[in-house]
Design a binder for this molecule. Structure first.
Ligand code: NAD
Length: 498
């Protein structure tokens, strides 16, 4: 009997009425380790209703008391993050050190949210008009939904829920059905930290659960992260239902290497950012744009480093783990087939990787390096989301920039150069939301905001930082007259300040 991975409602596991479940696998062994509940519409409503029931008391809880719970959550998370990392590795496949890194970046957002008293301060203007004062307050939205992807089962939800909760909202998290257990672990941790029941809830499921969150009138806002087609659908559906939405989508991140760059630094960066987490990161570098005559040398350096990587079970010290599911592994491999058939040069072929014994049925694909890729190939145009690094050769910076700006995606990008002027020009000219200069994965700190441009984000506000606070609150401006109320009599004119 494999365990059922349930919902979390009002501070306790919740089975729901739906008999539907989906398998959850350990990608390193291929074994089914559990079955996740797939919510019916009624199950989703029951979870949303629990969040609504908890709202009035939580919204009215003092900022001091809310912040105390945030600090307690942060302490528990910091003490026990290795437990969460193990859960992530077991269901996602990424190596343990990477899983710990993900938790650490999520924890930084919790730490940011501990500063909510300063972040929520409104403004006050005395004597805006004679004897009239004006102040503004930031109030919570209500019940908010967070819908997250498989590739960061802890960090991506933590981009949102610490700030939402700190600001006085209640949350329904719908994690990916591929790795749903991290969400339940975090729910239990909130309970231990003293969060009142119903403030943080987990709704397991697929499109049925998502659609209910997008359309249920009790839910006031949606923070979504996933692939571009679903992000677009979520944005259109939830905004049509009158909700505030931020929907972060897919990516195809390019790194330009200029001829003057330190090629050893650039090669290290390409390998780390191309193959870390088996390329299943929205900030992974999937296209290396080699400018001028450095391509042969750069490709040789990348290949030399990539050959040293050990792909294996993430719990045993490997550099890179398996892909998340067999279907995803096969899809990624099919892009390599297509690139080869289209005439690109396979430098390193990960399709041949195999393991024996317990790992024989894991979802393995080794790091793959493919050169002489051109912009018409599907391996270039599509988000592959696997350990496949394409090299595109261009003669000049201008052509490299044109290539990036022509991409429908605009999540992350990087430039490698020793020329400050070129780097500055790139920073100004590139149409991408997050830019690295000699930094391949420029994930912003929690007190900046995370978000791409173009088809990588639908909505106006990015995740966390002050934009996150803006997203999870709405402003109320109050105009007050107490002293010397003037009895000016009837005056139907528009109020004038004096
Ligand atoms: P996905 O779009 O398949 O799923 C994301 C979420 O949407 C999951 O919770 C899933 O259950 C739900 N979902 C899937 N299909 C749906 C449908 N038809 N209707 C309603 N809901 C649906 O994404 P994924 O494969 O889990 O994650 C990988 C993708 O996420 C990649 O495209 C990656 O670039 C992107 N991503 C983006 C960022 C970012 O910050 N921009 C960060 C992480 C991941």
């Amino acid at each position: 009997m494999t365990p059922t991975i349930s919902h979390w409602r009002a501070g306790a596991p919740f089975t729901g009425e739906s008999p539907e479940t989906a398998p959850v696998t350990n990608p390193a062994t291929g074994a089914v380790t559990g079955r996740v509940a797939l919510a019916s519409v009624d199950d989703a409503r029951a979870v949303i209703d629990a969040a609504a029931a908890a709202l009035p008391a939580w919204r009215d809880t003092s900022i001091t008391k809310r912040t105390a719970v945030l600090f307690a959550f942060r302490e528990l998370l910091n003490q026990r993050k290795s437990e969460l990392a193990e859960i992530i590795t077991r269901e996602h496949g990424k190596v343990l050190s990477d899983a710990l890194g993900e938790v650490g970046r999520g924890q930084e957002v919790v730490e940011f949210a501990c500063g909510i008293p300063s972040l929520l301060k409104g403004g006050y203007t005395e004597n805006a008009s004679t004897g009239v004062d004006v102040h503004s307050v930031q109030q919570p939205l209500g019940v908010v939904g967070v819908i997250s992807p498989f590739n960061f089962p802890a960090m991506v939800p933590m981009w949102f829920f610490p700030i939402a909760i700190a600001a006085g909202n209640t949350v329904v998290l719908k994690p990916s059905e591929k790795d749903p257990s991290a969400a339940l672990w975090m729910a239990q941790l909130w309970k231990e930290a003293g969060l009142p029941d119903g403030v943080f809830n987990v709704l397991q499921g697929d499109k049925t659960a998502v659609d209910e969150l997008l359309t249920n009138p009790t839910v006031k806002a949606i923070s979504f992260v996933g692939s571009t087609p679903i992000a677009q659908y979520v944005y259109a559906t939830a905004t049509a239902a009158g909700k505030r939405v931020q929907a972060l989508g897919g990516a195809k991140n390019h790194a330009i290497v200029l001829p003057d760059a330190d090629l050893d630094l650039a090669a290290d960066a390409m390998v780390n950012a191309g193959f870390g987490s088996a390329g299943e990161r929205c900030m992974a570098i999937s296209v290396c744009v080699a400018v001028g005559d450095i391509a042969d040398e750069l490709v040789a350096k990348i290949a030399e480093r990539t050959r040293t990587l050990n792909t294996g079970d993430g719990t045993t010290g490997a550099d890179m783990g398996p892909l998340v599911t067999k279907a995803h592994r096969d899809k990624v491999a099919s892009y390599v087939d297509a690139g080869e058939a289209a005439g690109a040069t396979l430098v390193l072929d990960g399709r041949t990787l195999a393991h024996s014994g317990d790992l024989a049925d894991g979802f393995w694909l080794g790091p793959t390096l493919i050169d002489h890729v051109t912009p018409d190939m599907s391996i270039y145009t599509d988000e592959i989301f696997g350990p496949v690094l394409s090299v595109v050769r261009v003669p000049s910076y201008d052509e490299a920039l044109t290539l990036i700006n022509a991409s429908p995606y605009g999540n992350g990008t990087a430039i490698f150069t020793n020329d400050g002027g070129a780097a500055r020009r790139f920073e100004v000219e590139v149409e991408v939301g997050m830019v690295g200069i000699n930094v391949p994965i420029p994930v912003p700190m929690s007190y900046y905001s995370f978000g791409g441009w173009k088809a990588s984000l639908f909505g106006d506000l990015h995740a966390h930082g002050t934009q996150g606070v803006t997203f999870f609150t709405r402003t109320k401006a109050v105009t007050t007259r107490w002293l010397d109320p003037s009895h000016g009599g009837l005056n139907l004119g528009f109020p004038q300040n004096a």
